[in-house]
Design a protein around this ligand. Sequence first.
Ligand SMILES: Cc1cc2nc3c(=O)[nH]c(=O)nc-3n(C[C@H](O)[C@H](O)[C@H](O)COP(=O)(O)OP(=O)(O)OC[C@H]3O[C@@H](n4cnc5c(N)ncnc54)[C@H](O)[C@@H]3O)c2cc1C
Length: 319
Amino acid sequence: MLVLGGGPAGASAALALARRGVSVAVVDPLGFGGRLINLDVLRDCPGPLEGTAGWDLAATLGEQALLAGVEAIFAAAAAVSAEPAGGWRVTLDDSTAPVARAVLIATGTRHRPLPGDEEGALAGRGASYCAVCDAALFAGAPVAVYGAGDRALAEVLTVGEHASAVHWVIPAEAPPAAAAHSDVVALRSLDVLLGTELQAVRPVEPAAATEPAAATEPAAATDAGRGLVLILRTADAQRELHVAAVFGAHGELPNTEAVAAVAPCDDAGFVRTDAAFACPGRPGLFAAGDVRTGASPYVAAALGEGTAAGLAIAAFLGV
Ligand SMILES: Cc1cc2nc3c(=O)[nH]c(=O)nc-3n(C[C@H](O)[C@H](O)[C@H](O)COP(=O)(O)OP(=O)(O)OC[C@H]3O[C@@H](n4cnc5c(N)ncnc54)[C@H](O)[C@@H]3O)c2cc1C
């Protein structure tokens, strides 16, 4: 039995299977924890996990899985194909290709790239998707967060501890519920830009670094000879905003490239399953967690889905 992805969904499924005596390996270049590895504070998590660090839960999940006998394979799945006699072959990026009767797809999602950073060219130049990782690099400088909802809220709260000003760029006209969060309201340096699309991000040109021009917060970003220009569009105007960094939190893309040839995916690329986490018409192929169509993108949901999928797979294997 192979689990692709060692985040909370994959680790929970592997644990449930190993504790029922199933031989199970988790394939993930990062080991165990998935997105938890970069989460400082867990929110919307019922019980004692609320307020704890995601990386602590990641470590606990990994320890539990290994103690239960789960094998960790530090590799990425590159492709999955059906075996003629039944089962699934998973080609890994380390050139091995194990075969398993059942495979769980728990590869989660990744951030949607900022417009202008589709190829990742602005990595290390101010475009970031992880405030916990990078916010301190821009201490004392103005930054922006793009997106609405709980993920953007988490980024705003984290960058708010470091930045001189936080421009929260929100495409919707109405403020999201997250904007009423008491910790957000308490952020004195916050500037909420409603009804505003981020059209493009580009680096500050060297010549522009000395010209205040259209900048609203130019000092820290441009005096340092670095920074970004955000092209912002509202219903009736376009303007530029100079910042030291921008944090993208405006949606997620499914990590399904490796399974696209065999898994039934919706138009956005998420894996479709039935109520028992099985892919219809693909015996032995299952999916759980954020990668699944209709999943709730929260840790508690991923832990629950993973456990339930593990039990469903055990039943499929006749354990
Ligand atoms: C900034 C941010 C803040 C968040 N804050 C909270 C919060 O406060 N509370 C909360 O409940 N939720 C929060 N979440 C959401 C939560 O992290 C996710 O819902 C949860 O981690 C999903 O678990 P998962 O196992 O489905 O996927 P993931 O955690 O994404 O794990 C997927 C794993 O699959 C691996 N993988 C990908 N492709 C392959 C491949 N081809 N082969 C092998 N492995 C692969 C990845 O390396 C990764 O380790 C936050 C998310 C973000 C981005």
